[in-house]
Design a binder for this molecule. Sequence first.
Ligand code: SF4
Length: 692
Amino acid sequence: MTTTQVRAACPLDCPDTCALLVTVEDGVATAVKGDPDHPTTAGVLCTKVSRYTERTYHEDRLLHPLRRVGKKGEGKFERISWEEALETIAARLKPIAERAPEAILPYSYCGTMGLIQGESMSSRFFNKIGASLLDRTICAMAGFTGYKYTIGGSIGTDMEQFQNAKLLIIWGGNPIASNLHFWTRAQEAKRNGAKLIAIDPYRSLTAEKCHQHIALLPGTDGALALGLMHVLIKEDLLDHDYIAQYTLGFEELKQRAAEWTPERVAATCGITVDEVVDLARLYGGMAKAGEPVAIRTNYGVQRVRGGGMSVRNMACLPALVGAWRHAAGGIQLSSGGSFPTNKPWLQRTDLLKKQPRTINMTTIGDDLLRPASAAFGPALEAVIVYNSNPLAIAPDSDKVMQGFMREDLFTVVLEHFQTDTVDYADIVLPATTQLEHIDAHTSYGHLYMMANNAAVAPMGEAKANTEIFRLLAAKMGFDDDCFKDSDDQLAAQAFNAQDVRAIGFDWEALKQKGWQKLNMPDAPFAQGGFPTPSGKCEFYSAQMQADGLDPLPAYIPPYESVASNPELAARYPLAMISPPARNFLNSTFVNVKSLRSAEGEPHLDIHPDDSAARGIAHGDMVRIFNDRGSFVCKARVTDKARAGLVVGLSVWWKKLAKDGKNANEVTSQQLTDMGRAPTFYDTLVQVERVAA
Ligand code: SF4
């Protein structure tokens, strides 16, 4: 027997981007473990990816191209050859590409985070066609935008420093489920005497293990941040020297923050005055005493109308107290902006003959149903889905389903499994998993460039996304040299080797070692140097004003809340959020039996007061509904959900739920204040008991 160990990288939408060691015995991957030498992975993987071989060798893997033989949504297919599949697709796309190229839409996201199997050859293909562009804003763009206005880019505290913090505020995230290796460091900080505070409407696994949990109402984080500023300024818990040297607009901020008394903030957030004041005193007081204080925020806070502004407000806090002076101080939303990727080359944006329109992936439900018009352009006629599962993950799911049901829509799906979306495909193409192809990765949690080597040969007739788009390009008659680049050639250009951050980047060396840290300072803004237009942390942002936004930190209430829409709240009085279930990653892994068993079945956490008012007992089946739709699941009566809040951990495949629906039946297609992002956690519902 030949046994080898192959260096790989986790492809999933998780900030940790773990370094993997894949054991291969006679051509079969038998184990996936964390690389003990990689500093952030440290030999540990989450349960999900420890089971990655179970997923790769799953009996339901799609192994051959398929053609639909049943009705859309029925999921009935027949096997066809690659030649037939590619010919069929090219024959359908060519006339559309000649007549109205924008009627073709790629739909993809972070099914893989890889630079190569994500948007490289695929983008070249769609750019050559002149297809509609996709606004890939469904996860991070609101927070990214708010953070960028303030800090200048997605750069923050290095993950490898958090264990040295003395106060850690975990704001809008559940790292035990979705940022495990940060949590390891948070625990180390706790052992070293740090205080951990969770800010989250829901008492998540993480919140339960922190010293304090502040359970504010969804969508009110921006108000809490303003309240903290108010107390910091009023009680002079400030770093005046840092403010004077490295920030812009303090006097204007001072006036704005004065409006946000702790009483007003407490009423807005549904918390106590003491919670506001005590947190500010702790944060500012420790910083003033020279202790490193850090905020780790995540994307939970920004899935509401004012999500971008909330993150902007939070991003102002470290500069007020001078927390950036310490390597273990500051704030991290994402480290993604630290990487000098070479996306224009990977994606060959120069292939575009003119700038096509952009379709937002959050509004795919409405956009698939939109007729041609002067404002919209041509109706969508063909959608090619890869690295995504819009039927399960996109909001306002009934509209998405209606759109994909259109008989005149030609749908191609590249997938590993027969997901909810595959059921609506005309042609299905089997794609490789991370163990079967090569890729290069950045991270949005740490600072390492990562390489993924192919550990095993593709299963069945599966092909890598890059190869599929190469073959499709050939069938379309595209003969540009860029469609001949191999995956290794693509990966070799993935990072800008001349950039000082990636100095010494060499793909062959990266493949051998698996990872290489960027050349970044430990404390990125200890002496200012913010990549904003002013070079300072911008409390006042002229760019925001130019973009039609409030140039100062502000509070933007949710679209749907008791305070902001009492008429709607009279009918639908409960706020609903749908954060990630621990054993799933978005909609990936839901079909892996051992992980699904660990989650049990779809359920809704509801506070005892709210369940009692509705005659709902623990374990009852309930219907969750609003004007957009409804879904059914089992009630868990628990005070983990604060009163007035219900929580449906997600994202379940619809076809595996009792009523064939999931939480996205009730979420909306409304967009955030900035960044054109979704508002999944800005949702009012009513809940009623139904027969089991
Ligand atoms: S999902 Fe996250 S924690 Fe799990 S292996 Fe991948 S990167 Fe690591």
